[in-house]
Write a protein that binds this ligand. Structure first.
Ligand code: 4AD
Ligand code: MG
Length: 433
């Protein structure tokens, strides 16, 4: 049998005047029969539409097919748009023909069958059809679009870097080893080092690609595979970098707020784009706030989840925490000339307790300073040779940052757990489906 063709998507059909004929292809989301009257909610990629059919007014074969169609069957529905104040969107489709294109077995995503959230994620390949999950993924797509718009409209070059690498960027503890013929290589934690090479040819670059961290932490903000937006700029200092970060976050948030109204209502979240400038506090000030709330952190340690939460609760916009101690930072961070104990780096903490969404800073561009740092941190200068080499051939002062896609979405959409921000999450306990 030939597959019928569609004339409109569901969301388009809801904008048509009464009397317009419509042919839909989609899935049965809801079905409800009262005697000779049938109500269906049909879903496609654009949204949902109510469809009603009356026995005797449509071909018998179509009536039987519609009446027996199981939830999540792929179907063809043909009808006429009708105004109906009782329908959720004020319009419905009055059925004239119906066909099941591919039937579904008994749908397993029923409350009575789902014992836990884990079970829901075991069935993620099916659960993603739900109104909330599909809305989140559409918003994520808008986030990506706005990131590309932002960078392309400002003259950045989009580069790609290897995923199979020989060295750590953010400390060796979180590397995933991969057997590589007779050798071992690692999955990339960050594209930063390659971006640093690229800026000497291209001035300013960005990357949007997955990053991998073998972090066992089972928190609501860690994934083992996540997507990172990274940018790196030649001849750029730390202060200018923060302006770029806040502008990017503003652009992302306002695109989502303006263009995803329907999806945001499905998620039940209002997004208000935070206007730059974002507040800036130093690490020392952040430590004070944390200490006053009873969290004790020794100077030099990373803030950690709880302190970040407390600090960010003090602000209604994202806040930059600047000048992290050298010990809390990776080897490439530059120190200001007047204080070798701190770095020209900042974490961007999202408000409402969501914590870190980005880290950025100025990199060391002097060869000897970097070589010392590599040795001090116990790294092997041989695997770092190419990276050190850059400092021998005209490396200018430069800065860059990485913004986590899933962390940003989690904050903007108020998601309880980061795994909801991605189609098929990867955590220490989950690589299926
Ligand atoms: O702070 P991170 O580790 O910084 C870097 O990797 C830098 N080399 C980036 C750069 O300067 N080019 O990671 C950057 C961001 C974090 O702020 C966070 O948003 C996200 O990546 N991130 C994670 N997201 C989810 N799960 C994890 N395990 C994450 N680790 C980092
Ligand atoms: Mg960080």
């Amino acid at each position: 049998m030939q597959t019928p063709t569609r004339s409109h998507y569901a969301a388009e059909a809801l904008t048509l005047t009464a009397g317009t004929p419509v042919r839909l292809l989609g899935w049965v989301a809801v079905k409800h029969q009262v005697g000779g009257l049938l109500f269906l909610r049909i879903r496609d990629g654009s949204g949902y539409i109510q469809v009603s059919g009356r026995k005797g007014t449509i071909p018998q074969e179509a009536w039987e097919a519609a009446k027996d169609a199981s939830i999540e069957s792929a179907v063809y529905a043909e009808g006429i748009v009708k105004d109906d104040p009782r329908a959720p969107s004020g319009k419905e489709l009055v059925l004239s023909n119906f066909q099941v294109i591919s039937p579904a077995e008994l749908w397993p995503l029923r409350k009575s069958l789902l014992k836990s959230r884990t079970a829901l994620y075991d069935l993620r390949h099916l659960a993603l059809r739900g109104p909330r999950t599909s809305a989140i993924i559409k918003i994520r797509s808008k986030l990506m679009e706005s990131v590309f718009d932002y960078f392309f409209s400002r003259g950045y070059v989009y580069i790609q870097s290897p995923i199979l690498v020989k060295a750590a960027v953010e400390g060796g503890a979180t590397l995933f080893p991969v057997k590589y013929f007779d050798d071992v290589v690692y999955l990339s934690q960050s594209a930063q080092l390659y971006e640093e090479a690229a800026i000497c040819a291209l001035d300013k670059v960005f990357i949007v690609q997955p990053a991998f961290r073998a972090e066992r932490s089972k928190t609501s903000r860690h994934l083992t595979e996540f997507w990172m937006i990274e940018a790196e700029l030649a001849f750029t200092g730390f202060e200018d970098l923060m302006k770029i970060e806040e502008e990017l976050v503003f652009n992302i948030s306002s695109s989502i707020a303006n263009d995803c109204k329907e999806e945001l209502s499905r998620v039940g979240k209002k997004v208000v784009a935070p206007e730059p400038p974002f507040p800036r506090i130093t690490y020392d000030e952040a430590l004070d706030i944390a200490t006053k709330s009873g969290i004790s952190i020794s100077w030099g340690d990373d803030l950690g989840t709880e302190a970040e939460r407390i600090v960010s609760l003090n602000f209604d916009k994202p806040v930059f925490v600047t000048k992290y101690p050298v010990n809390a930072r990776s080897f490439y961070h530059m120190s200001p000339p007047d204080n070798p104990k701190v770095t020209l780096s900042a974490d961007l903490l999202a408000p409402e307790g969501y914590g870190e969404i980005a880290t950025g800073g100025q990199r060391i561009h002097n060869y000897n300073v970097l070589l010392d740092k590599v040795r001090q941190q116990g790294l092997d200068p041989r695997t770092m040779k190419w990276y050190l080499d850059l400092r021998r051939y005209g490396m200018p002062p430069h800065s860059g940052f990485g913004l986590g896609v899933e962390r940003t979405l989690r904050w903007l959409l108020g998601l309880r757990h980061i795994r909801a921000s991605t189609l098929f999450p990867r955590t220490p306990n989950r690589v299926y489906p």
